[in-house]
Design a protein around this ligand. Sequence first.
Ligand code: ADP
Ligand code: MG
Length: 623
Amino acid sequence: MKKEEDEYAVKTALLDARVYYNEEMEKHFQAKDWLEQAELQKLHEEIGDTAIENTKKEVDLTADQEKQLRKLMLNLYKRYDDKNLLRKPQDTYAIGIDLGTTYSCVAVCIKGKVKVIPCDEKTTIPSYVAFNADNSISVGEAAKDQAFRRPESTIFDAKRLIGRKFSDKIVKQDMELWPFQVIGDNDQPRIKIPGHQNTYRPEEISARVLFHLKKIAEEYLNKTVTNAVVTVPAYFNDSQRQATKDAAEIAGLNAKILNEPTSAAIAYDLQWTSDFKRNVLIFDLGGGTFDVAVLQIKGGKIDVKAIGGDTHLGGEDFDNEMVKHIIEVVKKKTGKDLGRGRNSMNPEEKRSASERLRRIRSVCEKQKRLLSSSTSTTIIIDRIDESYDLNEQFTRKTFEDLNMANFKKCIEITAGVITDAKMKKGNIEDIVLIGGSTRIPKIRELLTKYFGGKALNSTVNADEAVAYGAAVQAALEYGKRDEVSKNVWVSDVTPLSLGVEIHGGLMSVIIPRNTRVPCSKKSQYATLYDWQKVVNFSIFEGEDPLAKDNNKLGEFKLSGIPIARAGEEKIDLTMEVESDGIFHVTAVCRSTRGTKTIKIEAHKGRMSKKEITSAKKRNLKFH
Ligand code: ADP
Ligand code: MG
């Protein structure tokens, strides 16, 4: 009898030990996405030892029984080890980055779920870079917070400069409003920081923001990140895209470019489980740019029909209207000009004007946000000008009146894109709102009215959707399809027509705008003169019939053409656009059977490999 009781007690104790082992292992296993092999092994040993000790307290274990128990636990451990291996994350994760004009955001796709990575509990960071007095650099909130103290050394809006020429009239206009200095070098805009010998290209500023986001992601994932999908406005031209890629390279990221509205559409599409076809309009009004896209979505297939927008329309423009208004009101009331000294040659006057304007602007932006939920607010800044305290009532109505022209422009552009997509507004099934400025009630009202009272969709997060979609695309692009719950196929279109200048300065379009990418189109040209040995090609993008009024992307010569009469020698010009909008041109002289192929590799003004390498080094020095 005693013996039987003993046996029973041992059996129960062994069972308890297994249950204990399993429960403990499971607890640790569930607490983390993945455990290092050594960590799991250690857990197994520790839990196993405790299980044996506990059992020994209950019953007398023979050496054989102990061995048996250890074997049982080892089998259990092997199961955990296998499961753990399956959960093992890839050595590197690819991240999705929404590099915004005013705010940026980073996300990653892990095991089919997208995680927008927070930084100090916020999911977006201001796209601000500050060069500090001690030769360090701050990025994001830290940089924006001190912007009014060091306005000449705090850089924002790099996205407005990137890939543009110094002579661009948009650059000239923007410069008037920036407190930092931009100079031209070979028609390239460069940012000059007081006390710095070097000047910085906008690519280097954007690289700092990207670098910061990369670090946030690496800290979160506890892994090095080298691959990314970085989004750009659909309206970005080729040189703006290339420059964004270069910025990523400086930040140590190998990047693919994705259009922002397409990215938002991916995020939107993932909400749907049904497969019916829908026509979707993405309305993205952010801080700096306005983007519209009409897409057709069906079971993960995203077909972009048309895109459009304005590279210079957004929340910052609304802020500017508020600042101008406040200055006028104060001038009328007190005779004081809060904007004085802005263009002064006296550095001290200029500095104090910058500081004043910066403070007004920052309060205006905050109050503007409030006006989306309340109808009136007050702009208060103590001692804005010596002892003068600013205290002005500001109503939503005033805000709307000041910006009505801007708001109406958004609707006009939207209408144009729907026409480009060969649709009527009644064909649009969903209107998806993206970007911080879509919270403005008047915008929503005008849009609803335009669509005949149709409800707007705000199921995706207006601030995070772009980064969200980019994270999904990153997982797909970098071979981690199993990380994504639903497959997505994107087919995008070219934002601008691409062509070549022909006789008489006309633009001969080879790839019309809104052509699906990737694409390749060939066009034939002939020599113009007798015995012509060389043909010059100038490549442009834009919609103007005159080439010179479009944006010149580059030029090249095709030489070595055999001697012949005018028109006898034929040249094939092929333009190819990759799926991320980056493009190449090849010219082939037919009679030489393609041996004279020239590819446009670099843009006028694009950073050279050498420049990128030295910018990369410089970037690391600040760290
Ligand atoms: P971007 O992608 O261009 O950087 P975001 O989509 O992040 O811009 O939007 C930022 C803009 O949205 C800023 O101009 C900000 O002032 C504005 N914004 C954010 N929240 C609100 C709100 N509640 N009401 C009005 N504007 C807002
Ligand atoms: Mg944006």
